[in-house]
Design a protein around this ligand. Sequence first.
Ligand code: CTP
Length: 400
Amino acid sequence: MDILDGKKIVLGVCGSIAAYKVAQLARDLTLAGAQVDVIMTEAATRFVGAATFQALTGRPVLGDMWALPENGAVGHVALGARADVVVVAPATANRIARIAAGMSDDLLTTTILATRAPVLLAPAMNPQMYASPATVANVATLRGRGYTVLEPDEGRMAEHVVGKGRMPEPHTLEGAIRALLGRSGPLGGYHVVITAGGTHEPIDPVRYIGNRSSGQMGYALAARARDLGARVTLISGPTAITPPVAVTLVRVETALEMQSALADAVADADMLIMNAAVADFRPIEAAEQKIKKRGDAGLTLHLVPNPDLVAGLADRREFFKVGFAAETNDLLANAQGKLERKGLDMIVANDAVLSIGQPEIALTLIDRGGVASLPQQPKATAAAALLDQIVARFQRWLLH
Ligand code: CTP
C-alpha cells in the first residue's frame, strides 16, 4: 500500500508565483490516495485560483478562519489536530517570519500552532530575501523547533534574477513529505544501505565492460525503504534514473569503488540490500589512451576477478544482509548455494531470461526459514511487495 494512502495532509499555499507548481503537488498527493486540505492565504489567491485546488483535491479550499465548515471554537484548530503532516509551499519570507514568531492571526498560522504533526516548509523568495539575516534567523528558529525547512533550489527566478530562492520541484516536495510520514513506519530510525545498477569496468578512457542492469529495482527499493522510515544510503552504478528524493545517493562506477563506498556506508548500517549487478571481472588495467585499431588484428583483454563484495562482509553479523540471484537455470539450488556461500540472511531469486527487459517479474524469496514466492507483477509493485517481505524478515531477525 502506498504510504500516502489515507493520509491527511494540510497544504498551506502562500502568495508567491511558485504557487502554480503546488497545484501539481496537490494532484500527485491526491492521486496517491491522500486527503489533501488546501489552505490558501489571501495573497496566494492572487496567483492561483481556489477553484484549481478544489478541482484537483476534490475538497473545499479553506482560507477564511471565520468561514470554516466546522464552526465555533474548535473549528480553527481541528485541521491541525487531525493532520498527519502540515506542508507550507511556497513558504514566503513573510509567512516564515510569522510562523517563527508563533503568530495565529489566520487559518494557516493557527493550524501550524495547533498541530502536533510534522511540519514541512518549502521556502520560495527572492535570493536577497532568503539570504537576509532576518530570514536566516527565522529558518534556524523553525529548524530548532523540529520543523523541516527545505533548501530552496538555485537558478533563474521568475523575475529573471539568478540565485538561491526557487521552490523545489513538486516531486522533491512529495519525496520530503513521504520521508516525514515514514518516520513512524517500521523502518523508522534504521539505516538501510542499498546497492543498485551495474558496474562499469574501464577498458580505456572511452570503453568499459558493463551489464544490462538498469537499476530500476534498486531505486524502487530505496524509495520504498524511505517511505517506511529508513535513513537510506543508495550506492549506485551508472544509470540515467532520477534518484529518489531524501535518500543519500553515492554514485560509483567500478566494483572497487562500490566496495569502498560500501565499507563506509555499512559502518552504522542495520540492513544491506545488495541489489547491484557487480561485474565479476575487470580488465587488469585500463589503457591510459584510447585503444586504436591495428589492421585486422584482434584484441585480447586480460581480465582479473573482482572481489565478491557481499561475501567480503560475511562475518559482519551486526546488520541484516539481503542478496539477489538472477539465474538462467537451477534457480533454487543456485540461489540456496549463494545464500550460504555469501553469508546472507536472505536471498531473492528470479529467472534472468524471463525478467530482463520485461515489464513484469516473479520473485522467489529464500531464507533459513524456507522458500516463499511473490507472483509475477509489474516491477514497480514487485519492489514494494518485496521490501515489505524483507522488512518482515528483518523484524524477526532483530528478535534473535
Ligand atoms: N555480488 C557481490 N560482488 C560480486 C558479485 C556479486 O557482492 N563481485 C552480489 C550481488 O550483488 C548479488 C549476489 O552477490 O546480491 C549474487 O550475485 P550473482 O552475480 O548472482 O553471483 P555470483 O557470485 O557472481 O555468481 P555467478 O557465478 O552466478 O555470476
